[in-house]
Design a protein around this ligand. Structure first.
Ligand SMILES: [Cu+2]
Length: 147
């Protein structure tokens, strides 16, 4: 109950700001063991505008830092490469999903239960957008297997 109240107050402490040219869907985090030092984050971003938007950085209150990673296969090994920025083409989109481009949520500052949300802030070359990621059950092909 105490946790719930904390979570409610926490959620209220933000004012949502969204860039109308971006639409975000399927934003989620696979549930990880409480000892996990890093979690993966997935989302779909659409750019509804007529110009390319550059995603420059991501921040979150619940994590020490958030990185954008690209998983690449080299000599049969999966390797993650940190991305400094991501281009979201005009009238196009970018998918952060398992086995490809993904968010790396590093140093969780609290525990997450299934169904809870955590807010991240996408900073682009135009503005910033706050979105909520939902903690969901991780399926068998969990990203954390390659960490
Ligand atoms: Cu990664």
């Amino acid at each position: 109950m105490k946790g719930l109240l904390f979570f409610a107050l926490y959620a209220l402490s933000f004012s949502v700001h969204a860039d109308p040219s971006l639409s975000v869907s399927e934003a989620w985090i696979p549930e990880a063991p409480p000892v996990a030092k890093v979690m993966a984050g997935y989302l779909e971003i659409k750019n509804k505008s007529d110009r390319t938007i550059i995603l420059e950085s991501i921040s979150a209150n619940d994590f020490e830092r958030v990185e954008m990673h690209q998983t690449i296969k080299k000599n049969g090994m999966a390797k993650m490469v940190k991305q400094t920025s991501i281009k979201i083409p005009a009238h196009g989109g970018v998918s952060f999903r398992r086995g490809g481009l993904h968010l790396m949520l590093i140093g969780p500052k609290r525990k997450f239960k299934r169904g809870e949300k955590t807010r991240i802030i996408l900073k682009t070359d135009q503005t910033s957008t706050e979105i909520d990621l939902v903690i969901k059950e991780a399926s068998l092909d969990d990203h954390s297997a390659h960490h």
